[in-house]
Design a protein around this ligand. Structure first.
Ligand code: GLU
Length: 302
């Protein structure tokens, strides 16, 4: 078993973790620990700025179901210098351009020939210095976003759980108009700096992976192995959400359901235990076999 490398869990502090988040975190822990990797935690707050209260609650919830992690959680907004340095490297190579488009302008523009649906249509891609200055002045005090000048339209990878996944790549945003670093850039830089070589996360992010792989390639960073875990669906078949009732540890505790019982149910949903059986994470680790994980979404109902 390798003793190097790391897996991680990277929650966005946007609210309480629900059963789907907790289940993915359990799988990420099991993957990392069963391969002798470290398990690291990262608070992905680039989107909304730090909300330490929510992040602390999430960490307490992860601990309550029996997960542990190595070292202190990394806070994404504290890594701005590293993110800026990566953008500077890409800029130096002519791979970044300013984009002044509003969402409306993008939606209204005719799509480029052969472009994937929803791809950025390249409105700002080929501006010269004068055009760029005029476009900037026209949106002041709003600032332009920064986009990657991508020469690749799609990439594929082999996912441990999903098999071959192919997804489109366009000139995606690296830094938003409000100055915030975009998710794809932050994830790639942070995973590399943290020594993460195994990424386990929800399968709603599988289609972002090719963009991240392109950035890894352009920045000379290694590509981790990927396992995207099928989501948890609510009783209606849509992605599990607040409207489905008691879906967080807090809601369930109010109904007298303990964190241990939640873990037991999640373990059963992963095929690692029988319903009614109660096992610690260490006991689950002894049973863990990625080959046996369900490949279908788990439909949760009370
Ligand atoms: N922060 C993302 C989320 O909470 C996960 C990103 C990742 O694992 O790469 O959905």
């Amino acid at each position: 078993m390798s003793k190097s490398g790391a897996g991680r869990y990277a929650p966005s502090p946007s609210g309480r973790l629900h059963l789907g988040n907790l289940r993915t975190a359990m799988v990420a822990w099991l993957f990392a620990r069963s391969t002798g990797r470290k398990f690291l935690m990262r608070i992905e707050d680039v989107d909304r700025g730090r909300d330490a209260g929510v992040a602390d609650e999430q960490l307490a919830e992860l601990a309550a179901i029996g997960l542990d992690w190595d070292g202190e959680p990394v806070v994404q907004t504290e890594r701005r210098e590293a993110h800026d340095a990566a953008i500077a490297v890409l800029m130096e190579r002519g791979l970044v351009y300013e984009c002044t488009c509003t969402r409306r302008e993008i939606l209204d523009a005719p799509s480029a020939p052969h472009a994937a649906p929803g791809a950025y249509p390249g409105i700002c891609r080929d501006r010269d210095e004068t055009e760029r200055a005029a476009a900037r002045a026209a949106i002041a005090p709003r600032q332009p976003a920064l986009r990657l000048r991508s020469d690749v339209t799609e990439l594929s990878f082999n996912d441990i759980l999903l098999g071959k996944v192919t997804a489109a790549i366009d000139d995606f945003v690296l830094q938003r108009g409000d100055g915030a670093i975009a998710y794809n850039l932050a994830v790639v830089v942070d995973d590399a700096d943290m020594g993460v070589d195994q990424v386990v996360r929800g399968d709603d992010l599988a289609s972002s992976t090719p963009r991240q792989m392109l950035l890894q390639r352009l920045l000379g960073l290694p590509t981790p192995q990927y396992a995207h875990v099928p989501l948890v669906l609510g009783p209606t078949g849509a992605r599990l959400a607040k409207r489905d009732g008691a879906v967080t540890l807090e809601d369930l505790a109010e109904q007298g359901v303990s964190a241990t019982t939640v873990r037991d149910n999640l373990a059963a949903s992963l095929g690692l235990a029988q319903l009614g059986e109660s096992l610690t994470m260490t006991e689950l680790l002894a049973r863990f076999d990625p080959q046996l994980l369900p490949r279908e979404p788990w439909v949760w109902s009370r």
